[in-house]
Design a protein around this ligand. Structure first.
Ligand SMILES: *Cc1c(COP(=O)(O)O)cnc(C)c1O
Length: 383
């Protein structure tokens, strides 16, 4: 029996371990120099003016929503096909989520649907770079500009992705990232908000540290003990230990992105002409970061065939997964009154979706096994 092949996993080497060990020997193991180093390196990597490290990707979304000054009575339009955190952050702020459907070819949010959902209460859009494919940033920014909305891009799947000439992280008003072990680079747990706007970065910095107007280093430099709390913030800081790991991981990201491209190319060559499944469209103006490699079964009984494919691949030790049930179909959201049928394209895609193994350490031979099992599986035929 071959070893289990997960759909994603972290890559940690001796360099990473040494970077963490060095951080542990430092006087400051949180709020120290490794935080600024990681933030600076990440901002440079995406080409953004500012990057603020926080404790996880969910905290990044929460603080982006708060920095946009969203609160009770406001509406935020959120892509339906995503992880719950992309929408939960709106509820944390006491605002209402309006779910937008995705385009049937890219599975990123459909700008026409977003435009149709804008109301006098709309304050922001949270778009998701599903699987690593940048959402339609040009059109979404045009809608945001026309209605004075804040565009928050949830790029948990997409560090290193590109839209036109620019890298994701320097395009939307605020972009959020996650460093969970299953994502492109990891800090154990961690996240980042990037922006070109120093005022937004300042707000996120303040809110990650209780809403205080200074940090201990600034107070020491000014020779004062006094601080003031000007907002109701949180402790969403990312320790130096984690930032040291992030900085070390970031150095390897370009090579990892190349490997992900290579693996995606091999999947596409084998699977893109199969009439019973679909792969994501890849618009020419975008570079996909391939966090996931999603396929979705189409045709009669797609849901049952997907179930059989999931079980069949799992029996062979292939850790396929499903990303995602549209958020509003989760019990908590149903209780808030959202009904099935709200986003028909996302719901139809969900029925057939499967995420295939995709991570830089995946061996060609294991990927070949996945491809072989899919092509030889009985899931192509109806019934
Ligand atoms: C992983 C993820 C998040 C949350 O990130 P955490 O670091 O786990 O809090 C948010 N949105 C999307 C799309 C994600 O995949």
């Amino acid at each position: 029996m071959s070893p289990f092949v997960p759909y994603g996993r972290q890559s940690i080497d001796e360099q990473d371990i040494m970077a963490v060990a060095a951080a542990l020997r430092h006087d400051l193991i949180t709020t120290g120099p490794a935080v600024r180093d990681f933030e600076r390196a990440f901002a440079d990597f995406v080409g953004a003016a500012e990057a603020v490290a926080v404790s996880n990707g969910t905290a990044a979304l929460h603080l982006a929503v708060l920095a946009a000054e969203i609160g009770p009575g406001d509406e935020v339009i959120v892509a339906a096909l995503t992880f719950a955190a992309s929408a939960n952050c709106v509820l944390y702020a006491g605002a209402d989520v309006v779910f937008a459907d995705v385009s049937g070819d890219t599975l990123t949010v459909d700008p026409a649907n977003v435009a149709a959902l804008v109301s006098p209460r709309t304050r922001a859009i949270i778009a998701v770079d599903y699987a690593g494919l940048p959402c339609d940033l040009g059109e979404l920014l045009a809608i945001a500009d026309a209605h004075d909305l804040v565009l928050i891009e949830d790029a948990a799947h997409a560090p290193g992705a590109r839209y036109g000439e620019r890298t994701v992280g320097a395009i939307a008003h605020m972009t959020t990232f996650s460093f969970h072990p299953v994502k492109h680079l990891t800090t154990g747990e961690g996240g980042m908000v990037t922006t070109q706007d120093p005022r937004l970065a300042e707000a996120v910095r303040r809110l990650r540290n209780h809403g205080l107007d200074s940090d201990p280093k600034e107070r020491e430099e000014r020779g004062t003990w006094a601080y003031d709390m000007v907002d109701l913030g949180f402790n969403y800081r990312l320790p130096d230990i984690n930032c040291a790991l992030g900085r070390s991981q970031l150095a390897k990201l370009p090579a990892w992105l190349e490997r992900r491209q290579e693996l995606a190319g091999r999947y596409l060559e084998a699977l893109s002409e199969q009439p019973w499944l679909r792969v994501q469209a890849r618009p020419e103006d975008r570079v996909h970061a391939w966090h996931l490699f999603p396929i979705w079964l189409v045709g009669d009984q797609a849901g049952q065939r997907r179930r059989a494919a999931f079980d069949g691949l799992r029996e062979h030790g292939i850790g396929v997964n499903v990303h995602y049930l549209p958020v509003y179909l989760l019990t908590y959201y149903r209780r808030l009154g959202y009904l099935p049928g709200l986003c028909p394209v996302a719901e139809a895609a969900y029925e057939g979706l499967l995420s295939l193994p995709m991570w830089p350490g995946l061996a060609d031979a294991d990927q070949d096994r996945v491809i072989h099992l899919i092509l030889e599986g009985a899931w192509a035929t109806d019934g």
